[in-house]
Structures are given as structure tokens and as C-alpha cells.
Design a protein around this ligand. Structure first.
Ligand code: ADP
Ligand code: MG
Length: 601
């Protein structure tokens, strides 16, 4: 008996759909690419309920003739490729002819389209891979596609979707990847009838700053560089705008978004010494390159791309950024002179070069967040443009500062009384003699654990106590950050923050009582970082945020006296997780006889 059968078409489309359509954002990406390929000058996107109820995309591009419109939902139906050679010189976004067939297989799709040449258009209703209705209609030139009830016929998939907020976040990402690369096209994005973006036709600089929100253009500086191999241009955020959240980092090759940790490293290292550690500059960088010199992974959802001349491009990118930083007076002179030794791209050769100015932020304290002395030293050197050995008194004193342990961490007490009854305090460590040897406790981490345990259970029931601020703090936010904030405003309040969003400003009117003033901004940054792209369940998020809060609370806590320390130690040992801080760092270590014997070898 024959056992091999062909899969029915609708089933094989459903399987293929699993690859192309992972979530609502993938639908948005594919439909936007089609609209761009159709030469649209304006594209309007409307989303309902994170895309699960409705994704509607309307463009004023070429439209389709009725015959094409009927064909376009078939697998491998594409107008964009006819000979295999075309694959290597693609200038269009899509070419596999798979997207519409896949989307059609897992949703209810309504297509309306008309070309310039025709008076009437056609409407086609598509239901789980089958045409259920078609009729002649009056409609505008272009194409409008409504995708309703995504995954309605695959419940497992539908249940797998995250909250509307998270799905919308992914949609916004997909939207921005395309809108940023096509400033000559107007874009509108709406969710549940609320306008989110309204981007008019413009140039790249304006597009980027429109996306950033108010005051965006002041935050940017341009780069550009031309060689035979590759052309690089784009905009980067000035060093002072670097953030802890990794949000606005975009690479495009031939206007196609891609990810590259290798090139990311080139950018990050170009900013070395100019931005605090663990912060990220934003960037919008475009590469133009002969398509035969790259390998576009034709897998629909992969965004990695292989470049033949990867190392050259890395070096060029790095030096292009360094040059611009120098040219726009954004870094100390020393580095600038070294970098100009690199072969200058033609566009820079004949330009007068401004005398670079050294800008040192007097408030920036490289030791504040450093724990490792070596790192602090090297960043001090970068920060101040020092050469390898200190030359004068000022430089020596900078060095001296780090040989002496950094302040803030060392003085745990207000009264400087280091000796307790049963323990000894040295720096942030508590030494306790025990039967096996010497127990060492990191008191800040101990405090994190205690605060965490006390707050996490209370927090589920009612908001944590708020400490109103005498003078509210303000922080200007970028569009995407605002959205993250709004999405999680409730959680912030639950944690004891009293915040308000006014236009593009975050106003902080009150903070959790456990938090010291110095820790507020860092705490909010870390929390935002954890909220961004969090795909966890809410409980995990609550844990991550609480862990961030207690970390920043403990960091600046001043212990009043030894009894307070004693109390924390007592509470610590009552916790079932006394070994590990909520941020997964170890709290306790015991030096036993073996350790100690080794020290005397
Ligand atoms: P691909 O984009 O890979 O060709 P799709 O399944 O995305 O495959 O689309 C199939 C075909 O439908 C396209 O090649 C194009 O001819 C047509 N098409 C899709 N969307 C549009 C649109 N918005 N405007 C005009 N034609 C479109
Ligand atoms: Mg396509």
C-alpha cells in the first residue's frame, strides 16, 4: 500500500506560515515590504489589540490587476523574480512569493486593490487559505490589506502570543526598521485609533529625529564615508545621550535592516572612554554595498547578513565614527589626532578641520560605579585624555584617588565605628569568626536580600510606601521609552514610584521609601532596561524590577550603627535564600582552614 501522500496545499501553506509568520509583527513587516516594493509614497498602518484582532495596511502604490490579485495568495507567486540570477542582484525587499500565501493560511484576509490603469478595483476575501468572495469595487489606487484574527485556526499559536503591549512593541520595532530606511515615504502607525507615529515625507535626518521625538535632531551627529567597497552614512546619538537601554540601534545594508554584534562592537568601541560603561549610544547606520558582496540570508526571519569584507568594514566604520566625533568636537583631541592617521575617505580630505576642544564633564565620576580598580584607572585615563603615565600633580591625584578605595562604598557608617560586638566591618564586608574559620558577608548584598524579601510579598498586595520628593525630578524621554513607561506605569506605581508623563517628560514626584536620592535615576534606567523586550510573564518581571530596586536602594544606603548591621545579618539568616542576592550574586563566603592554610604557603 502506498503511504506517501502529497500534503494538501492549505496544509503545506500552514506549515510554511509557521516560518514566515511568527507573530503579528512578522505580518506587519511583510506587508510593509510589499507596499514599499509597490512604490508607495504613503503607507498607513492600523493595529488593533496588539495585532491579534486586526492588522490593516493601506498603500498608494502600483496596485494589482484582478488576475494578479487572485494569484498573489498562491505560494511562490511573485512578480519580483523570474530567473535565478535575479536572486543575486535583488533590489526589492521580498522575492520569495511566500508572504501572502503564508499570511492567508493563518488568518482572515481582506484585499482591496486597483491599478492606475483601471477604473474599478477588486476585493478578495480569503479565509484560511481559500478564496471565499471576490467582487468588483470602487476604491483608491493602491492596495489595502486587512488581516483579521491572526492564527484563528491555530489555537496553539494564538495562545502563544504575548500581551497586546508586548506584541505591539514588536510591531513598532518592525515598523521603525522600515520607516527609518525609507524617509521618502510617509508612514502612519495607529493603534486602537490612537496615533502613534505620523511621519511625513522627509530626509534621513528628519526621519530619525521625528522617530526620536521632541528635540531629536539636537541629539544627533552625522557620519559619512565613501570607499570603493562600501559607502557608510547615517546618524548617531551624541555621547551624552548614551543610555542604559539598548533601544535605538539600527544597521541597514542597501536599506534592509540587519543585526550584527560584530559591527555593533565597532560602534561601541568608537565611543570608548566617551560614555560611561554599560551604556549604549544610539545609531542609525546605513551601508551601501554591491549586493554580490553580501550574503543575504534568504531565511525569512533571520536578520543576520554575511559581508565578504567584514574586517575592512569594521575598521572603516570605527574610524569614520571617531572622525566625526572629532570633527563635531565630541571628544578629546588626543584620540582625534591618532585617528586621522587612518586613510581619510575622500569626502573629508579637503575640509578644514576644526580645532577639537576637550570636554570633560565635571560631574562625571568614573569611580562611582566602578568596583574594579584597574577598570576605573583606565577609564579615568580615557576620560581625561591622559597619556600612559601621569605627568603632573593633577594626574597623580586622579591615580591616588583610586588607590585609596572609592568613597561611598567604604563608609558604611555615619559614625565610622568599624568594630562591632561579634563582627568586624571592613569596607562593605563583615567578618564573623565561626567554628570553621572566617565568614565574610557582603553587607550591601545582604541588604538587597532582606529588602527584597520584605518587599516582594507586600508588593503583591499593595503598593510599596512612597516617599514624596520635595523637588520633583524630570527626565526627557524618547518616544519608545515613553511607550514602555506607559505600558508599565501601573507596575511603577506598585513599586512605590509616583510618576507622571507630561508630553515627552517623565516627572518623578515620589520614589519608594527605601531608595536614596542618588539611586533614583540609575534605578529607573535599570528598570526600563528590564522592561524593554521583556518577554517574561508578569511574575518574572515583578521579580526583575524588584531586584533592580533593591540593588539601587542598597547601593546608597548608609548604616546608622552596628545594631542596624546586626539586624540585617539576623534577618539575612532568616531568609531561605541567604546565600544569593536577588540579582544572583553571592552574599556569603567562608574562609575555612584550607583557604587560610593556602594563604600561608
Ligand atoms: P513577494 O513579495 O516575495 O513577491 P508576496 O507573497 O509578499 O511575495 O507577494 C506576492 C506578490 O503580490 C508580489 O510579488 C506582488 O506582485 C504582489 N503584491 C503584494 N503586495 C502588494 C502591494 N501592496 N501592492 C502591489 N502588489 C503587491
Ligand atoms: Mg513580499
Amino acid at each position: 500500500m502506498q503511504v506517501i501522500q502529497r500534503l494538501p496545499i492549505h496544509l503545506s501553506n500552514q506549515i510554511a506560515a509557521g516560518e514566515v509568520v511568527q507573530r503579528p509583527a512578522s505580518v506587519v513587516k511583510e506587508l510593509l515590504e510589499n507596499a514599499i516594493d509597490a512604490g508607495a509614497a504613503e503607507i498607513v498602518v492600523h493595529i488593533k489589540d496588539g495585532g491579534r484582532t486586526l492588522i490593516s495596511i493601506t498603500d498608494n502604490g502600483s496596485g494589482m490587476q484582478p488576475d494578479d490579485a487572485l494569484l498573489c495568495f498562491e505560494r511562490h507567486a511573485t512578480s519580483k523574480i523570474s530567473v535565478i540570477d535575479d536572486l543575486f542582484k535583488l533590489s526589492t525587499m521580498g522575492f520569495r512569493g511566500e508572504a501572502l500565501a503564508s499570511i492567508g493560511a493563518v488568518a482572515q484576509v481582506d484585499l482591496k486593490t486597483r491599478t492606475q490603469a483601471q477604473h474599478t478595483g477588486i476585493q478578495i476575501r480569503f479565509h484560511a487559505g481559500k478564496i471565499v468572495q471576490k467582487e468588483e469595487i470602487i476604491c483608491a489606487k493602491g492596495t489595502s490589506i486587512e488581516v483579521k484574527n491572526l492564527f484563528f485556526n491555530i489555537p496553539a499559536r494564538r495562545n502563544f502570543l504575548k500581551s497586546d503591549g508586548i506584541e505591539f512593541h514588536h510591531i513598532e520595532d518592525a515598523f521603525l526598521c522600515i520607516a527609518l530606511a525609507h524617509p521618502e515615504v510617509a508612514f502612519v502607525l495607529r493603534q486602537n485609533n490612537q496615533p502613534i507615529y505620523n511621519l511625513e515625507i522627509s530626509n534621513l535626518k528628519k526621519r530619525v529625529s521625528d522617530v526620536l521625538g521632541k528635540g531629536g535632531s539636537d541629539k544627533l551627529f552625522p557620519i559619512s564615508s565613501e570607499t570603493d567597497i562600501v559607502t557608510i552614512h547615517g546618524y548617531l546619538g551624541k555621547p551624552e545621550t548614551a543610555r542604559k537601554t539598548r533601544g535605538n540601534q539600527y544597521f541597514f545594508v542597501n536599506r534592509r535592516f540587519f543585526k550584527s554584534s560584530y559591527f555593533h562592537h565597532a560602534v561601541q568601541s568608537a565611543f570608548e572612554g566617551l560614555i560611561p560603561e554599560k551604556t549604549f549610544p544610539s545609531y542609525y547606520i546605513f551601508f551601501e554595498i554591491d549586493p554580490s558582496k553580501i550574503d543575504v540570508n534568504i531565511h525569512p526571519t533571520k536578520t543576520e547578513i554575511k559581508f565578504d569584507e567584514e574586517r575592512f568594514i569594521y575598521t572603516l566604520l570605527h574610524s569614520t565614527i571617531r572622525q566625526s566625533l572629532g570633527k563635531f568636537n565630541l571628544m578629546p583631541s588626543l584620540d582625534f589626532e591618532i585617528e586621522t592617521a587612518f586613510d581619510l575617505p575622500p569626502s573629508f580630505r579637503n575640509q578644514p578641520i576644526n580645532a577639537p576642544v576637550i570636554r570633560v564633564d565635571p560631574n562625571y565620576n568614573p569611580f562611582q560605579q566602578e568596583s574594579k580598580v584597574g577598570k576605573a584607572y583606565s577609564s579615568a585615563i580615557h576620560q581625561q585624555g591622559f597619556s600612559s603615565t601621569p605627568q603632573n600633580e593633577e594626574e597623580w591625584s586622579a591615580l591616588y584617588q583610586i588607590i585609596e578605595p572609592p568613597k561611598g562604598d567604604i563608609s558604611l557608617f555615619n559614625d565610622h565605628d568599624g568594630l562591632g560586638k561579634d563582627f568586624l566591618v571592613v569596607g562593605k564586608f563583615i567578618f564573623i569568626p565561626v567554628r570553621l574559620g572566617l565568614m565574610v558577608i557582603d553587607i550591601k548584598r545582604a541588604l538587597e536580600r532582606v529588602l527584597y524579601d520584605e518587599s516582594i510579598s507586600a508588593f503583591v498586595k499593595q503598593p510599596l510606601p512612597v516617599q514624596p520628593l520635595l523637588f520633583p525630578l524630570e527626565k526627557q524621554m524618547e518616544n519608545q521609552e515613553l511607550r514602555i513607561l506607559k505600558m508599565h506605569q501601573k507596575v511603577f506605581e506598585q513599586l512605590g514610584f509616583k510618576i507622571e508623563i507630561r508630553e515627552d517628560f517623565l516627572i518623578i514626584e515620589g520614589v519608594p521609601a527605601m531608595l536614596q536620592e542618588e539611586g533614583i535615576m540609575a534605578c529607573i534606567d535599570t528598570m526600563m532596561e528590564r522592561m524593554e523586550y521583556q518577554d517574561q510573564h508578569q511574575e518574572d518581571l515583578a521579580h526583575l524590577l524588584m531586584a533592580a530596586l533593591v540593588k539601587n536602594a542598597a547601593r546608597y544606603h548608609k548604616f546608622a550603627n552596628n545594631s542596624e548591621i546586626q539586624l540585617i545579618i539576623d534577618k539575612l539568616f532568616r531568609s531561605k535564600d541567604f546565600q544569593q542576592s536577588p540579582n544572583n550574586e553571592s552574599i556569603i563566603s567562608t574562609l575555612d582552614l584550607n583557604h587560610i592554610t593556602l594563604l600561608f604557603k
